[in-house]
Design a protein around this ligand. Structure first.
Ligand SMILES: Cc1cc2nc3c(=O)[nH]c(=O)nc-3n(C[C@H](O)[C@H](O)[C@H](O)COP(=O)(O)OP(=O)(O)OC[C@H]3O[C@@H](n4cnc5c(N)ncnc54)[C@H](O)[C@@H]3O)c2cc1C
Length: 438
């Protein structure tokens, strides 16, 4: 491998995204290097849009914590002897004993610091500030023989792609044309909030019932005592996430085997059932904080937080000084109108049937009856026709592997191991045509 031109490079594989999933993959290769394993020889480049590693930087708020066990870190379920574990991080920071005494989960700040600590040790092949803008097919004699992965500054030729780019913010259609510095998704929360300066607008609407929405509400009210938040819910209001041990077994590896073995319709049903273990729910302590806030305000004769249950936003328009929002009650169909300065969309994340980054490769991708990717147990995307390119999804496999394999740390380390071995197998399968494309 080597540079073909100043900014063009051939490489065994390209991993798009160096968030936790991409870092966990890099840890597999780094561990193999130390042990002299066969995986150590692969040349994988990691392309990351952000300038550095922070975990969900837009919601790194004080008072927030993680909702998985610290053993489910970037490596431990795969290799408890790896030096990239949370335990090793604590040891290196001199907090091992104090963490044991803490009696609560790691904070999101601490987890982000851990992820950054690992990232700095395994980012030798990572290009930061390198958002992938396009993946172009390279066709020779009618065959897809490689792809060119484009960033603004460079281009990487490869036959093996690992998509570790995370889930996409879900922006309901009625808001899409109105996105602005005063109408934004929680994935931009801190940037937008900081841009509004010290004197924040007074009237806020926060849409959604999940963790991001509840954290945004608490942060806004904590920042400025004059702020009024209208918290709008399709259901009764903030509800608790499913915390029972038995339902949370969906986050164990055998459940992924089970889920993957199901037929298409059964997977849909299972996914719907399991959503309560992760999505659109909050922790008991957060629910307590929100409810207490409303209660204590009632005693003090003020109303900083008002919740609206069973409401959908049926209309939203930009006005001279903010937004006019019409809410419709889902049961009675009665409407009410709110005038607000800023709208925050705590509307969660989504996984596309075909990730937009793969759209140019669609002619070579097999589709299931919904039109989505067909993904095997090792996260390899099924292809069709004349194709020498292999694609893996690392965290974008909710429909094929269930809730634990996407949007969660639970199986990240084990998933990375499977992908790394499948990648090695693919690279050991000879292809006659040279990769060199220019
Ligand atoms: C606020 C919040 C809190 C959460 N808390 C928990 C928790 O406590 N426990 C848990 O298990 N899960 C939690 N999750 C779920 C979360 O998805 C996972 O924890 C984890 O971040 C998933 O890692 P990932 O690498 O797959 O995706 P991400 O963390 O989203 O990382 C994806 C990376 O890809 C990069 N990227 C995207 N597109 C491109 C591109 N085109 N080119 C280059 N780079 C790109 C992004 O910049 C990012 O760095 C939380 C999610 C949110 C939003």
């Amino acid at each position: 491998m080597g540079n073909l031109a100043p900014h063009t490079m051939d490489t065994d594989a390209v991993c798009i995204g160096f968030g936790p999933a991409g870092i966990a993959l890099s840890c597999v290769f780094e561990d193999a290097r130390e042990e002299g394993g066969s995986l150590s020889t692969l040349d994988v480049r990691y392309l990351e849009a952000a300038e550095d590693t922070q975990w969900h930087r837009e919601l790194l708020l004080s008072g927030t914590d993680i909702n998985h066990h610290v053993f489910r870190d970037l490596v431990t379920p795969r290799n408890p002897r790896s030096r990239f574990s949370f335990a090793m991080y604590l040891k290196s920071q001199g907090r091992m004993f104090d963490f044991g005494l803490l009696g609560r989960p790691a904070s999101r700040h601490e987890w982000s610091d851990y992820v950054g600590w690992v990232s700095r040790q395994v980012d030798r092949h990572t290009h930061f500030n390198a958002p992938v803008t396009e993946i172009l097919p390279v066709i020779r004699d009618g065959r897809l023989c490689a792809v060119q992965v484009k960033t603004p500054d460079a281009s990487f030729n490869t036959r093996n792609l690992v998509l570790s780019s995370g889930s996409a913010p879900r922006v309901p259609v009625e808001f899409q044309a109105l996105l602005s510095p005063t109408l934004f998704h929680t994935s931009q929360f801190l940037t937008r909030l900081n841009a509004l300066g010290d004197s924040l607008p007074k009237r806020w609407l926060v849409l959604g019932s999940g963790q991001s929405a509840s954290e945004s509400v608490l942060e806004l009210i904590g920042r400025d005592r004059n702020i009024e938040v209208h918290s709008v819910h399709r259901s009764a209001g903030f509800k608790l996430t499913q915390l029972g041990q038995f339902p949370n077994r969906v986050f164990a590896p055998d459940h992924v085997d089970y889920f993957h073995s199901l037929n298409h319709a059964a997977r849909h049903r299972f996914l719907d059932w399991s959503r309560s273990t992760n999505y659109a729910g909050i922790d008991p302590d957060e629910s307590q904080k929100l409810f207490s806030l409303i209660y204590e305000d009632a005693i003090a004769g003020r109303k900083r937080l008002q919740t609206y249950a069973y409401q959908v936003v049926s209309q939203v328009e930009k006005t001279e000084d903010g937004y006019r929002v019409v809410l419709t009650d889902t049961f009675s169909q009665r409407t009410q109108t709110l005038d607000v300065d800023v709208i925050v969309l705590g509307t969660g994340y989504q996984q596309y049937l075909i990730p937009p980054l793969l759209s140019n490769l669609q002619p070579w991708l097999k589709a299931d009856i919904d039109g989505g990717l067909v993904i095997d147990r090792d996260y390899n995307v099924a292809t069709r026709g004349e194709c020498d390119v292999s694609v893996w999804v690392n965290g974008l496999s909710e429909r094929s592997h269930g809730i634990s394999d996407s949007q969660s740390f639970s199986l990240m380390a084990l998933r990375a191991e499977r992908i790394a071995h499948a990648l090695e197998h693919s690279l050991n399968t000879p292809i006659d045509a040279p990769l060199l494309t220019q």
